[in-house]
Design a protein around this ligand. Structure first.
Ligand SMILES: *Cc1c(COP(=O)(O)O)cnc(C)c1O
Length: 398
């Protein structure tokens, strides 16, 4: 390609120098709020815990922040944070951990560490979009292997065939999966781990809701890493993720960590809330998580009763639904006009056609969502009368 002239339009220079993979990327849209509402009436688009921390806990945290010097860099090693994470997340002494500025940052480090010409990243699809985005940033090829379209289960045979064919450097398994809420069968996951030539990451962002972990399997498979985050359990503002695995892998990945990647206020706040200075992480957070799990069950049942709505069981703090008659785009817009924010998945993947994802909110948010959804479905010809008859859920999962 020829050099653009010094006075060439700015876009010529930009097209000459920006990597094609960057030019081809869509911005990661954290969707702007509707103009009418500066505060959404129901914020159900980002899997946050809908409850604020108890005031007493906040007050204790603020006392710690008040004495934190702001003119010094954070603890470079984030020692207190690491110790608190190890204790609160029950990380065995035989494993190492790496704290990140959210698990997104750890996805970036891992990908950069294994990137190279011709190397591939593989994940079952649909799944968390950052795996693909970060692969593009790192110049890696991304291979999506379709999940079973009816129940979004892992297809072990398709995964095995794709692994043999593509020899991926990294296999991502969101466990439970986002945006489907499914928890892949553990034996199917283990088959993937055994077949993979590179590393496999179990992304357990929704562990607080599924309460299932593959941490115990890391000692069996040294190339299995586990990713966790504090974002989905009530501390999204702090941006704390943690990668857990065999020390020989983590030692290498530690080299990619940017100095002071977790801010001092976030370190102190998280370490304190996770259990330092007399705080009791499980006692403080478990009631909120339990309330959210119960709310998910209630919302799931309410959605099951709506005509024109298909909803899948979820092991996470959100539900995936498909609209049978009304277009998801129109319903999504109608919900936004009422200040109800959910994620529109229509168009993001063939098996998510006419699908929306709704995070489980506080009781009033869930009621407003249901009321607004019924109205939107009626307005757009999608039914929404309560369904008659009862539904049996053999697995008892909601
Ligand atoms: C939300 C989410 C993350 C991102 O978590 P952060 O720690 O907030 O960066 C990672 N993985 C999955 C599957 C998620 O849904």
């Amino acid at each position: 390609m020829t050099e653009p002239a010094p006075d060439a339009p700015a876009t010529a220079r930009l097209r000459r120098w920006l990597r094609p993979a960057v030019l081809a990327m869509e911005p990661y849209a954290a969707a702007p709020l509707p103009a009418a509402a500066s505060e959404p009436a129901a914020k159900l688009d980002a899997m946050e815990l809908p409850y604020a921390l108890p005031a007493a806990l906040r007050a204790r945290c603020l006392r710690q922040l008040r004495i934190q010097p702001l003119h010094r860099y954070p603890d470079a090693d984030a020692g207190a944070l690491r110790r608190a994470l190890r204790a609160a997340l029950d990380i065995p002494d035989s494993l190492a951990l790496l704290p990140g500025n959210g698990s997104d940052e750890l996805i970036l480090y891992l990908t950069l560490a294994l990137a190279g010409r011709g190397r591939k990243v593989l994940a079952p699809e649909p799944t968390f979009v950052m795996y693909r985005r970060v692969a593009a940033m790192a110049g890696m090829e991304y291979v999506g292997v379709p999940l079973r379209p009816d129940d979004f289960a892992l297809d072990p045979e398709a995964m095995r065939a794709a692994i043999v064919r593509h020899r991926p450097a990294i296999v991502w398994l969101a466990w439970p999966n986002n945006p489907t809420g499914a928890l892949f069968d553990e034996e199917a996951v283990r088959q993937v781990v055994r077949a993979a030539p590179g590393i496999v990451v179990a992304d357990e962002a929704y562990f607080p809701y599924s309460r299932r972990t593959l941490l115990g399997a890391v000692s069996e498979y040294e190339h299995l890493l586990v990713l966790r985050t504090l974002s989905k359990m009530g501390l999204a503002a702090l941006r704390i993720g943690v990668l857990i695995g065999a020390p020989h892998w983590l030692e290498q990945l530690e080299k990619l960590r940017l100095p002071y990647n977790v801010g001092a206020l976030n370190q102190v706040c998280a370490a304190h809330l996770l259990g330092a200075n007399g705080a009791d992480y499980s006692a403080d957070f478990e009631p909120l998580l339990e309330r959210n799990r119960a709310a998910r069950q209630k919302l799931y049942r309410a959605l099951r009763r709506l005509d024109g709505v298909e909803v899948w069981p979820s092991h996470a703090n959100f539900l995936l639904l498909r609209l049978a008659a009304a277009p998801a785009d129109a319903v999504h817009r109608a919900l936004r006009r009422r200040g109800v924010l959910v994620k529109n998945l229509h168009g993001s993947h063939p098996s998510l056609r006419q699908c929306l994802r709704v995070s489980v909110g506080a009781a009033a948010e869930n009621r407003l969502f249901l009321r607004s959804l019924r109205e939107a479905l009626r307005a757009h010809g999608g039914g929404a009368s309560p369904r008659t008859g009862t539904y049996k859920n053999p697995a008892g999962i909601q």
